[in-house]
Design a protein around this ligand. Structure first.
Ligand SMILES: Cc1cc2nc3c(=O)[nH]c(=O)nc-3n(C[C@H](O)[C@H](O)[C@H](O)COP(=O)(O)OP(=O)(O)OC[C@H]3O[C@@H](n4cnc5c(N)ncnc54)[C@H](O)[C@@H]3O)c2cc1C
Length: 427
């Protein structure tokens, strides 16, 4: 069976891997010159089933109103973006009610935990090296109510996804992670998730792409998909800048651009681009480099050691497809990290900072959209939002299994496109 995958980011490349393993003949097409050049390029690097709860937890509207107009807010809604996201925004708010949020969290953590297991297997089988760390993650709290709420969520993650955790008091946190010494008076506590991991998603995707090429997959780069053609309920081909490509089955894994390509098929995919920033810098001679990646609940920023580098990432901006690198906002991500690791400041050299911005492909309820569409030979692997690295291997295996008519190993409730019919009237 010939399968054509649109998109060579984390989702496209991992899906190609599992399809090839399952005996399919695989082609991947991407407009970039190599794999993982867009959102999968410089993300926070965390593989965190522990953080699988969707962002729109109950009370999100009040939090967004609170941040309105604040240029440095962790959530920023640009007024110009509102008309283009009205329907999506409404669904986002509806999904923030307690029961839908709980259901979406359960679906996300099931997928994330499955994915983390597959990533470990893949890494061991193929000796992949991508500056990975298997030391867990530590989430720190400077606000008591956030700490209490996070403990409730950690318990839910344990029940629904088997995600183990330990509660640390501020003394233990500072003893284990001396980089937190500067905020020991503000710390209310921390949660350590021993099974979380981290690593460079770009390095990983590139290595897997090389492996695919060695095993006979065709990776067509510098090839832009212009239109997906259909007749009745069948996809008949994909028109690209290099000509028309034809296969038996097709997978749309184009990240934030998936809904734009689906539009020509009169298919509405509720994925909206949510902009984020990262900064990468050398560890230099910072003595307190954490051995555990950190997530700070107040700053809403992650700090991940990656080989000899540090990756700091965060912020969410609803600004449509604008990929302008706003250096003030990028700088703010760095400052947010310094607010919980102040001893890093003297080791920062402006000329060594690499700023980056990317668009998280977000669904309104949180989990990605995997599997079948109204077209019998078109499948989706998109909408992973802030967790595309965490969920990549699991999503890919599930989509490959569905496409190859095998039974998926995880309950697909809450992960299929069909879940939106009742929410947004998808036809
Ligand atoms: C700041 C930031 C921090 C993040 N941190 C984390 C983290 O710590 N942990 C985590 O799990 N996730 C994180 N994420 C999320 C994660 O990076 C994404 O969910 C993931 O990269 C999405 O992968 P993708 O393959 O769907 O999209 P992409 O990587 O964007 O891949 C889509 C591909 O489709 C191609 N494409 C699009 N349109 C066309 C077209 N018309 N023709 C041809 N090719 C096309 C693009 O070139 C691209 O290569 C973060 C994201 C951001 C922005």
């Amino acid at each position: 069976m010939r399968v054509l995958i649109i998109g060579a980011g984390l989702q496209g490349i991992t899906t190609a891997f599992y399809l090839l393993q399952g005996g399919a003949e695989v082609q991947v097409v991407d407009r970039a010159a190599s794999a993982a050049q867009e959102t999968s390029f410089a993300n926070g690097g965390l593989i965190t089933p522990s953080q699988a709860d969707p962002w729109n937890s109950p009370g999100i509207l009040q939090r967004m109103i609170h941040y309105l107009g604040q240029e440095h807010a962790p959530f920023l809604l640009r007024p110009g973006a509102i008309p283009g996201m009205a329907l999506w925004g409404l669904s986002f708010l509806m999904a923030s009610r307690r029961t839908p949020h709980r259901l979406a969290t359960a679906a996300s953590v099931r997928l994330a935990a499955y994915s983390a297991r597959l990533l470990r297997e893949l890494r061991e089988q193929h000796d992949l090296q991508y500056d990975q760390l298997t030391t867990g993650t530590l989430k720190t709290f400077r606000d008591t109510s956030e700490f209490i709420e996070a403990q409730r969520m950690a318990q839910l993650m344990l029940e629904k996804g088997g995600v183990t955790y330990e509660l640390w008091n501020p003394e233990t946190a500072v003893a284990e992670v001396p980089a937190l010494f500067g905020i020991r008076q503000q710390l209310k506590g921390a949660i350590f998730y021993p099974r979380d991991e981290s690593g460079d998603a770009h390095l990983f995707t590139q290595q897997l792409a090389s492996l695919l090429q060695q095993r006979g997959a065709a990776l067509l780069f510098k090839t832009t998909v212009q239109r997906i053609a259909a007749r009745g309920n069948a996809i008949t081909g994909v028109h690209t800048s290099q000509g028309t490509l034809v296969a038996d089955r097709y997978i749309l894994a184009a990240g934030s651009y998936s809904p734009l390509l689906a539009r020509g098929l009169h298919m509405r995919i509720p994925v909206y681009p949510v902009k984020g920033y990262s900064v990468t810098l050398p560890q230099g001679d910072w003595q307190e480099v954490p051995t555990i990646p950190l997530v700070d609940s107040s700053a809403k920023v992650v700090l991940t050691p990656m080989g000899k580098r540090l990756r700091i990432a965060g912020t969410a901006e609803f600004a449509g497809y604008d990929l302008t690198l706003n250096t003030r906002r990028a700088r703010h991500v760095l400052e947010a990290a310094l607010s919980f690791c102040p001893s890093l400041r003297p080791h920062i050299h402006e000329d060594q900072l690499e700023y980056w911005t990317g668009l998280r492909p977000m669904t309104p309820d949180g989990p990605p959209i995997l599997g079948p569409t109204p077209y019998h030979n078109l499948y989706l692997n998109t909408g992973h939002g802030p967790l595309g690295w965490t969920m990549a291997c699991g999503s890919a295996k599930l989509v490959a299994d569905m496409l190859l008519d095998r039974v998926p190993e995880v309950d697909m409730a809450g992960l299929l496109l069909s879940r939106y019919r009742s929410v947004i009237g998808l036809s």
